[in-house]
Design a protein. Structure first.
Lengths: 105, 247
């Protein structure tokens, strides 16, 4: 989280809206621990990581949708998921990621 | 998000920035999805998850989260059905106290921040402790380091690196650090300098066993010569100590 703060500050300064993605559940093995975070700007830029690279691009797409709708989403990624064929986790685990719009201030 | 959520979220970011222990509960499902509650170690809280049952569950579970410093996921039964909660905790980063706003210190701050340390540079000499020299440090303090250590107290996670080469500054700082449970204490200087320093510290009333805690010459032996290389050697030694690879 701390390492994301300078980026969040910059994006706010640039008037970009921001979504935050957090790993909120892990089944089996996962590359990053519970609570790992990634921030996504309305321009599609990203900072941080929720899976070490496996599902980040999919999370960016969801985050842009969350920013459009203003509604948070709880997402599941892993080998049991249909999406897994294209964006699955290499380590065979399943993770849940909560994506929410950050308040503007 | 509602205005109150903005205030809660801002406080959360501020606490993380300042390295303060804090937890944040979020409703992941249910009618109040996205609602947030901020929880402090002292028992205080702000905001609401939108339902008294959820708030009570978060308050009840947070002590465990503060104890383990690991986030938790819980399912709470409410009148409207089960709701998923996430209790996030941001453990405070280890603190690296750097005595001496010298060239090595600037590189050390860079490496330490990359590794997740909260960096504090202390130097009573205003010419050295100039903000434009340390824009990347979390804190820059223009004071005598022993006075700062006496005021804040060094805990078991503290790392202390002494770099000024000025006995008037270094030795009182070291004496204070050696009387604390600090995890790592290192001092710049050759073996000869260190022998002289050890004698001074002994005269100040410190025991041999305490003085032996000082890592000197400082840093892992990687043949470091340039200030940036010395900073890398120091940081590598601190990581080795934190990981239990070096005493």
């Amino acid at each position: 989280m701390r390492e994301l703060l300078p980026t969040l500050e910059r994006w706010r300064h640039e008037q970009k809206r921001i979504a935050l993605a957090t790993v909120v559940r892990i089944y089996g093995s996962a590359p990053l621990p519970l609570g790992s975070k990634m921030a996504i700007a309305s321009t599609g830029e990203m900072a941080g990581s929720v899976s070490g690279g496996c599902v980040e691009s999919a999370v960016v797409q969801e985050a842009l949708e969350v920013l459009r709708s203003g509604r948070p989403r709880l997402l599941t990624y892993g080998i049991a998921d249909e999406v897994a064929q294209s964006v699955g986790l290499a380590c065979g685990g399943v993770i849940e990621v909560f994506v929410e719009p950050l308040p503007e201030f | 998000m509602a205005g109150t959520d903005a205030s809660i979220y801002r406080q959360f970011e501020e606490a993380v920035r300042r390295g303060r222990l804090v937890a944040m509960a979020t409703a992941l499902t249910g009618p109040t999805i996205g609602a947030k509650m901020l929880l402090w170690p002292g028992g205080g809280s702000e905001g609401s998850l939108g339902e008294p049952t959820l708030d009570a569950a978060a308050r009840e579970r947070v002590a465990q989260v503060f104890a383990s410093l690991r986030p938790e996921r819980l399912t709470v039964e409410t009148a409207g059905g089960p709701v998923e909660l996430f209790l996030d905790v941001q453990p405070p980063p280890p603190r690296l106290w750097i005595v001496g706003a010298v060239h090595i210190a600037a590189a050390l701050v860079t490496y330490a921040r990359t590794l997740g340390f909260y960096t504090i540079v202390i130097d009573p000499r205003t010419a050295f402790a100039a903000p434009e020299r340390f824009p990347h440090a979390d804190e820059l303090i223009t004071c005598w380091p022993d006075a700062v250590f006496a005021e804040v107290g060094l805990d078991e996670s503290a790392c202390v690196v002494v770099l000024t080469h000025d006995e008037k500054i270094d030795n009182p700082a070291l004496a204070m650090a050696l009387r604390s449970p600090a995890r790592y204490i290192g001092a710049l200087g050759s073996r000869r300098t260190h022998a002289k320093r050890a004698a001074t510290l002994k005269a100040l009333g410190l025991e041999d066993a305490q003085i032996a805690r000082i890592h000197a010459p400082i840093g892992l032996d990687i043949g470091a010569r340039r200030p940036e290389e010395i900073a890398l050697a120091i940081m590598a030694e601190i990581v080795a100590v934190m990981n239990g690879k070096v005493e």
